[in-house]
Design a protein around this ligand. Structure first.
Ligand code: PLP
Length: 428
C-alpha cells in the first residue's frame, strides 16, 4: 500500500486491491497454468528476465496477494506462501544451507521443527547445535562454527511458552555473520514484529492463528531485506554466485533485497514443489481479515483462564507469559506489550494421570492436535506432538511430562472457565 496503514487496516484491505469493475473479494486463480501469445515471452519468464505467472507450482496470483498482506503485516520486503509451516521452516533454512553446513537452533522450538533440523536435515548433511534460549550470550556463542549459516528460534515457543530474547539472538547471529530466522507463529505479526528487533527472516505456520479456524494447512516465509548476503559471498554461495539452473543468474545481483525470496520461489519451489493451494490461500486470507480482532480476544480470554487456573487448588503450576510473576513476563512486555498469544500450559497436582482424566472430562473444550484455533482445545504434548522425544529432550524443550497445553479460543470466557471447573472437579 502506498500509504502506511495500521495493522487492523492492513489485515482487511491489503493484498488484493481491485481496480474498477474487478471482484471485491480476492479471486481464487484456480488454474495450474497461464496463457501467453508468444513463445519468446514465455521464454523470458523462464529465464527470470520478466516477471509473470506461468505455472502454479512456482507462483500463483491468489497466493501472492495473500503473501503480500502477510509481508506488509510483518514489515518485510518480500514473502512467499508454502504448503505448510513445516515446508516454510525447511525452505527458510535450506535456502541458505547445504550439505556440510551447520545451524544453531533454540532447544524449545516446536517438536516438528526439532525433528526436521536434528534428524531429517542431518541426513542431508546439515548439522544442528541445540542451545538453551535462556543461556547467556557467551554460552550460546560457543555453539557457532565457521560453517554456521543461520540461527533458528521461535518468538513464543510451542508448547514451552518461552519468550525469545530476540535482540540477544539477533546480535549473536550478526556477530557471526549469519541471519536470525524466527518462527513467529504464536505471537503473529499483530503482537510482535521480530524484524523490529533485528530478526532477518520470519516464518509462519499459517495453519494456526492466521487461518484461525482450523480450515487450511499452510506456511509463509517473509524476508526483512535487511541481511546483506553479498557482504559474505563465501558463506552464501547459493545467493551470491551464478545459479547454473537459471543460466548463470546471481540472485543478489539481479534481485537485490528480494534475492532470498526469489531464490526460494524460483529454485526451491520449482524443484521441491511445496506450494500452497490457491484454495487454501483464499481461506487464509479470510482468516487474516479478522486476525487483529481474534488475537485481542484470544489474549484477553487466556489471561482470565490463566488467573483462574493459578487460583485453583488442584493445579500445581501455570505457565503463561502474560501472567505477572511469570518467568518471561518482562520479556513479553518488551517484545509484545499488547498481548502474547492464547496458549497456556499447566500441570495438575495429580500429575500425568490426573491430566488425562481431566482432559477426558472436558465438554466444550476438545482434544485435538491443533492449536491456535477459534475453538478452545487441549493437548498433552508428551503423549502427542512431542512423543518422538526422550525424557532428556523433553526437559531441554521445556516440556514437562505432566504439561497440558490449553489453546484458549474466542468463546465467552465464562463458558471456557466453567468447562475447566467441571472437568477439574472430577479429578482427585
Ligand atoms: N511452527 C510452529 C510454532 C508450530 O506450532 C507448527 C505446528 O504446530 C509448525 C511450525 C508447523 O506447521 P504446520 O503444522 O503448518 O506444518
Amino acid at each position: 500500500m502506498s500509504k502506511q496503514y495500521q495493522k487492523e487496516t492492513i489485515c482487511i484491505q491489503s493484498g488484493w486491491k481491485p481496480k474498477n469493475g474487478e471482484p471485491r473479494v480476492l479471486p481464487i486463480y484456480q488454474s495450474t497454468t497461464f496463457k501467453y501469445e508468444s513463445s519468446e515471452q514465455m521464454g523470458r519468464l523462464f529465464d527470470l528476465e520478466e516477471s509473470g505467472y506461468f505455472y502454479t507450482r512456482l507462483q500463483n496470483p491468489t497466493n501472492d496477494y495473500v503473501a503480500a498482506k502477510i509481508c506488509e503485516l510483518e514489515g518485510g520486503v518480500a514473502a512467499m506462501l508454502t504448503s505448510s509451516g513445516q515446508a516454510a521452516t525447511y525452505y527458510a533454512v535450506f535456502n541458505i544451507c547445504e550439505a556440510g553446513d551447520h545451524v544453531v537452533m533454540s532447544a524449545t522450538v516446536y517438536g516438528g521443527t526439532f525433528n526436521l533440523l536434528t534428524c531429517t536435515m542431518k541426513k542431508m548433511g546439515i548439522e544442528c547445535t541445540v542451545v538453551d534460549p535462556d543461556a547467556s550470550a557467551e554460552e550460546i556463542g560457543k555453539a557457532f562454527q565457521p560453517n554456521t549459516k543461520c540461527v533458528f528460534a521461535e518468538t513464543i515457543a510451542n508448547p514451552a511458552l518461552v519468550v525469545l530474547d530476540i535482540e540477544k539472538f539477533a546480535k549473536l547471529a550478526h556477530e557471526h555473520q549469519v541471519p536470525l530466522i524466527v518462527d513467529n507463529t504464536f505471537a503473529t505479526p499483530i503482537n510482535c514484529n521480530p524484524f523490529r528487533w533485528g530478526a532477518d527472516i520470519v516464518t509462519h505456520s499459517t495453519t494456526k492463528y492466521m487461518d484461525g479456524h482450523a480450515m487450511a494447512v499452510g506456511g509463509c516465509i517473509v524476508d526483512s531485506g535487511h541481511f546483506d548476503w553479498s557482504a559474505y559471498p563465501d558463506k552464501f554461495p547459493g545467493l551470491c554466485t551464478p545459479d547454473e539452473s537459471y543460466h548463470g543468474i546471481t540472485y543478489t545481483e539481479k534481485f537485490g533485497k528480494a534475492a532470498y525470496i526469489t531464490k526460494a520461489t524460483s529454485q526451491l519451489m520449482r524443484d521441491l514443489g511445496s506450494i500452497q493451494s490457491p484454495q487454501n490461500a483464499f481461506l487464509l486470507n479470510v482468516g487474516l481479515e479478522t486476525l487483529h480482532l481474534r488475537m485481542e480476544r484470544h489474549c484477553y480470554n487466556a489471561g482470565r483462564v490463566a488467573e483462574f487456573l493459578e487460583g485453583h487448588e488442584k493445579v500445581a503450576w501455570v505457565n503463561y507469559p502474560g501472567l505477572k510473576g511469570n518467568r518471561y513476563y518482562e520479556l513479553a512486555q518488551k517484545y509484545m506489550p499488547n498481548g502474547t498469544c492464547g496458549v497456556i500450559s499447566f500441570g495438575l497436582k495429580g500429575g500425568r494421570q490426573a491430566a488425562a482424566k481431566m482432559m477426558d472430562g472436558l465438554e466444550l473444550t476438545s482434544i485435538v492436535t491443533h492449536v491456535a484455533d477459534a475453538r478452545t482445545s487441549v493437548l498433552h504434548p508428551a503423549s502427542h506432538t512431542h512423543r518422538q522425544m526422550n525424557d532428556e529432550q523433553l526437559k531441554e524443550a521445556g516440556v514437562a511430562p505432566d504439561l497440558i497445553r490449553l489453546s484458549v479460543g474466542i468463546e465467552h470466557v465464562d463458558d471456557i472457565i466453567a468447562d475447566l471447573q467441571q472437568a477439574l472437579s472430577a479429578v482427585d
